[in-house]
Design a protein around this ligand. Structure first.
Ligand SMILES: [Zn+2]
Length: 431
């Protein structure tokens, strides 16, 4: 076998790693690079292999930075199959169809996405399957619904790809089991330098209580898949525990509603009962223009959950524009705000933004942020995940340089592992 590192080598986006198996080459994840226009130029770099010659793609989870390049690969001649777990297939459908509406038509369109979705072949966790002279299986990786690590074995060697790893205290998903031992481990390192201390429940509760107590307007910026289900669950639990705080909650994102349904369908893979996800279906959702019109003049206490999570698009800007003169309104930005995004600009103190009609307005309300919201393992979780691997060769990906450096040092010291930071274009033969 031979590894060829490609995407997510410089930062945390556009995951793509090639693996040469005895009977052909496959790709592990096929993500879009997202962020500043500089980062997104990566999507135009020609791939090191002809997509027509690829035998298959394995997708660890549905996030756009792991699946969003698939329709482009298909447009360039890739002919399938695409392997993933059943919930990943469902969530990926929502994400890719949305992505087709955001991209330029010459990058990919809805037809490319439909074609891509027809190539998907699903396997359950721990189901062994054979491909290109190798055997493979998916296993849970926490992070978001359906997310998986992948173990591949061929020619008496084994390699594990972590995908994105979840946190040990995720509010919706069971804790992460340690990885089985393998000769080679390719792992993410997003929070390789951090041990998390902030508490998402506490941060959200203080926001919700403030909105309720002082009858204010709260706008939460959230990604529609995974982040929204975490937020909605925590909001639901807050209301159950604190009936004295009454807040009307409104969801403004059709994607959110669809993703809620997938979480409900696969509630057995979460730590919550099906009834909880069924309750999320009762939340007011804006589907028609007239519902939006009637919401426009409402006063607090009111919470609106809308996307995108970094204010880069979606419907959230219409709410910001509507309440921009309301000094008592609060914009809540839970989680990481990528460099170059309007969300990052808000966390750095800027208050001007472009509304849905392109007009620039200024937000006069407060802006609250929380660093607690993340679906990634921290340094302690990452170290424990790889603790059953004593003699493995480890490659680090998917992290900013400082995070990878810190994790490398930590794993070399505490787990006595051989650790390398992977680079774009680097090849490694597994003999
Ligand atoms: Zn992810």
């Amino acid at each position: 076998m031979k590894l060829l590192f490609w995407g997510a080598t410089d930062d945390v986006t556009g995951s793509m790693t090639f693996l040469k198996l005895p009977e052909g080459e496959v790709l592990i994840d096929c993500g879009l690079a997202q962020g500043t226009s500089e980062t997104e130029k990566i999507n135009d770099i020609p791939l090191p292999l002809n997509p027509k010659s690829l035998k298959a793609v394995f997708i660890t989870h549905a996030h756009l930075d792991h699946s969003g390049y698939l329709p482009r690969l298909v447009r360039k001649g890739f002919n399938g199959p695409i392997f993933c777990t059943p919930p990943t297939a469902k969530l990926m459908r929502i994400i890719l169809l949305d992505s087709a509406t955001l991209n330029e038509d010459d990058f990919y369109n809805k037809q490319d996405v439909e074609k891509t979705l027809h190539m998907v072949k699903t396997y359950e966790w721990d189901e062994h399957f054979e491909f290109a002279g190798a055997s493979a299986r998916f296993m849970p990786s926490g992070h978001i619904l359906g997310a998986s690590s992948i173990l591949i074995k061929a020619q008496r060697k084994s390699i594990i790809f972590s995908g994105d790893l979840g946190r040990s205290d995720d509010p919706l998903l069971p804790p992460l089991p340690p990885a089985p031992s393998a000769d080679i481990v390719v792992m993410e390192s997003t929070y390789g330098s951090k041990i998390r201390s902030a508490d998402m429940k506490k941060d959200l509760h203080s926001f919700l209580a403030t909105i309720a107590r002082d009858s204010r307007i709260g706008i939460i910026a959230s990604f529609a898949v995974a982040r929204a289900q975490t937020l909605l669950t925590l909001i639901h639990e807050f209301h159950e525990a604190h009936p004295e705080y009454k807040v009307r909650v409104v969801m403004d994102s059709p994607m959110m509603k669809e993703a809620n349904k997938v979480y409900q369908q696969y509630s057995r893979l979460t730590t919550k009962p099906e009834s909880l996800f069924a309750a999320l279906d009762e939340i007011d959702a804006i589907e028609y223009q007239k519902e939006w019109q009637s919401l426009k003049n409402k006063s607090g206490p009111l919470i609106i959950l809308s996307s995108s999570g970094m204010l880069t698009g979606g419907r959230i800007t219409r709410h910001l524009a509507n309440w921009c003169d309301e000094e008592k309104a609060i914009l809540f930005l839970p989680g990481y705000q990528g460099k170059g995004t309007p969300g990052r600009a808000f966390t750095e103190g800027r208050r001007d933004f472009k509304g849905p009609d392109g007009r620039v307005s200024v937000w006069s309300g407060e802006v609250w942020t929380s660093e607690a919201f993340s679906s990634h393992a921290d340094q302690k979780d990452l170290t424990e995940w790889v603790s059953h691997n004593q003699k493995s060769q480890v490659f680090l990906l998917h992290g900013e340089f400082e995070a990878k450096k810190a994790l490398k040092q930590k794993l070399e010291e505490s787990n006595s592992l051989k650790v390398e930071i992977a680079e774009r274009g680097q090849e490694y033969s597994i003999n």
